[in-house]
Design a protein around this ligand. Structure first.
Ligand SMILES: *Cc1c(COP(=O)(O)O)cnc(C)c1O
Length: 416
């Protein structure tokens, strides 16, 4: 695999090959990652990358777009079908780009936006001060309740009454329970605010019908395509028909230049895959695995934020083990397990240290692991956290992890 790169660019080949082996030999528990299918990778590596196609199918600023038009129309039609949406724009280069387009289609810089507190699971593009969102808009936050760690809708309603946001940005990067989209729509309507829901994390489960869909309630829905949806790295915007012109215009020419036609073709592949019964089965297993892993970790003395999960991810509170998120992330990586540190709600630690790690099951489930393997993963996790400063022990765990991974090949043949 990757013979041309090997021949022409040995330095880069080393990096690509190293990454192939890392993906095979490590337990990928980063909740936002997954393994795209070979068909998705093939589309990404296709000649469609050579084509400029500013504009939209049938309305391009370049000649020669008849084939890329087919690809983009397929992606649009499949996305609409998959989510039951009235309009789809498949061009955003990423989830953040999709959010920029969504904000600018509905409101003006300087307007007030309400988003989930970043240290309670929100995303950078929902109002981090260094992000465009925090610079263009006045941000007010919704929070989770200190005791239940569930979204505090009553408090959010009070914030809305006082601050009158023009747009509510719902959705999260680290919230394991169900969002009440309907209630948020009612709250937004009460103050004539728009409701945008960012389902970057939940998209795959929503597509499979095992997590509530916001599509009927939200004015605009944004998502990534590379997380639970298991497609290429990229973004997608769904909306009510009334916003279709505004969304398309703010994405191009408002916010991007030429679309990445190879990525759009890969999105078409991803959406077709997501429409199959096999994908529904996969998502059911993702959820089953997440719940099993949460229970197994709880049985080993770890607290799971909000008491468990209704999706593919969870936040593990490490304080009872006297370990920080930063320390756990480093020790686990030495043991062949990849996670990311994350703040827990009302975290006493700063974000760079954090008291928790976020873990998710999309990637391990794609490679075929099931509930039985979750107990083994919880053992490895616990062993590594307990012996975080013992490198020899961590290396030993990594060997066992590699053994487990060997039973679940990710891309057979790629390592050759
Ligand atoms: C991952 C994520 C994004 C952004 O995705 P990028 O493609 O990295 O820009 C946006 N919103 C949420 C909630 C996310 O989790």
């Amino acid at each position: 695999m990757y013979d041309e790169i090997r021949k022409t660019d040995p330095q880069l080949y080393k990096a690509v090959k190293g990454e192939v082996l890392r993906q095979q030999n490590n337990l990928e528990l980063v909740a936002s990652e997954n393994y795209a299918s070979k068909a998705v990778l093939e589309a990404l590596g296709s000649v469609l990358t050579n084509k400029y196609a500013e504009g939209y199918p049938g309305r391009r600023y370049y000649g020669g777009c008849e084939y890329v038009d087919i690809a983009e129309k397929l992606a649009i039609d499949r996305a609409k079908k998959l989510f039951g949406a009235e309009h789809a724009n498949v061009q955003p280069h990423s989830g953040t780009q999709a959010n920029i387009a969504a904000y600018l289609a509905l409101i003006e810089p300087g307007d007030t936006v309400m988003g989930l507190n970043l240290s309670h699971g929100g995303h950078l593009s929902h109002g981090h001060p260094l992000n465009f969102s925090g610079r263009y808009f006045k941000i007010v936050t919704m929070n989770v309740h200190k005791d239940t760690e569930l979204l505090d809708y009553d408090e959010a309603a009070k914030v809305m009454e006082k601050e009158r946001p023009r747009l509510v940005m719902a959705g999260a990067s680290n919230y394991s329970r169900v969002w009440d989209w309907k209630r948020l729509k009612k709250m937004a309507d009460a103050w004539k605010a728009y409701l945008v829901t960012d389902i970057a994390h939940y998209a795959g489960l929503i597509a499979a019908g095992i997590y509530p869909s916001p599509v009927e309630y939200a004015d605009v829905v944004t998502t990534t395509t590379h997380k639970t949806l298991r497609g290429p790295r990229g973004g997608l915007i769904l909306s009510k028909a009334v916003y279709s012109k505004a969304i398309d215009r703010t994405n191009f020419p408002g916010n991007q230049g030429g679309p990445l036609m190879h990525a759009i073709a890969a999105k078409a592949v991803c959406f077709r895959e997501a429409l199959t019964p096999a994908f529904t089965d996969y998502q059911k297993q993702v959820l089953k695995n997440a719940r099993k892993l949460a229970r197994e970790l709880q049985a080993r003395g770890y607290r799971i934020v909000a008491g468990g999960t209704d999706c593919h991810l969870m936040s593990v509170d490490l304080r009872a083990k006297n370990v920080t998120g930063k320390e756990a992330e480093a020790a686990l990586y030495k043991a062949g397990i990849t996670v990311n540190r994350n703040t827990i709600p009302y975290d006493p630690q700063p974000p760079m240290v954090a008291s928790g790690v976020r873990i998710g099951t999309p990637a391990v489930t794609t490679r075929g692991m099931n509930d039985r393997d979750m107990a083994a993963i919880a053992d490895f996790f616990d062993d590594a956290v307990k012996h975080k400063n013992e490198d020899a022990r961590l290396r030993g765990i990594a060997e066992k992890v590699k053994g487990l991974c060997a039973r679940f090949p990710v891309y057979p043949g790629f390592e050759k």
